[in-house]
Ligand binder design. Structure first.
Ligand SMILES: [Zn+2]
Length: 93
């Protein structure tokens, strides 16, 4: 795997945590024309499960506009220089 340096260091979104983020918490979103990831925050190794649970709560309360679809929230491995669409999704557990 290619090693690259982050231009900036993404941090975990959990309150009072200043650890480096390892995962993006996101759900695949589409409006029928374009697809992207709806971002629910970033998580370090220690907070990935709690951040995922929090995002799943937010996801349930989300109101979608007509034509919009959103998939289940999951964890995506952050990788420097990669677009959202290229991030690897961790298997759901
Ligand atoms: Zn954290």
């Amino acid at each position: 795997m290619e090693k690259t340096t982050f231009h900036y260091q993404p941090m975990c979104s959990a309150p009072h945590c200043d650890a480096a983020a390892v995962y993006k918490v996101a759900a695949p979103w589409s409006n029928g024309k374009s697809r992207e990831l709806k971002n629910y925050g970033l998580a370090c190794e220690a907070h990935r499960d709690s951040q995922l649970a929090l995002a799943q709560l937010h996801r349930q309360g989300l109101k979608l506009a007509e034509g919009e679809t959103i998939g289940p929230v999951g964890l995506y491995e952050l990788a420097a220089g990669k677009r959202d669409a290229e991030l690897a999704r961790l298997p759901d557990h």
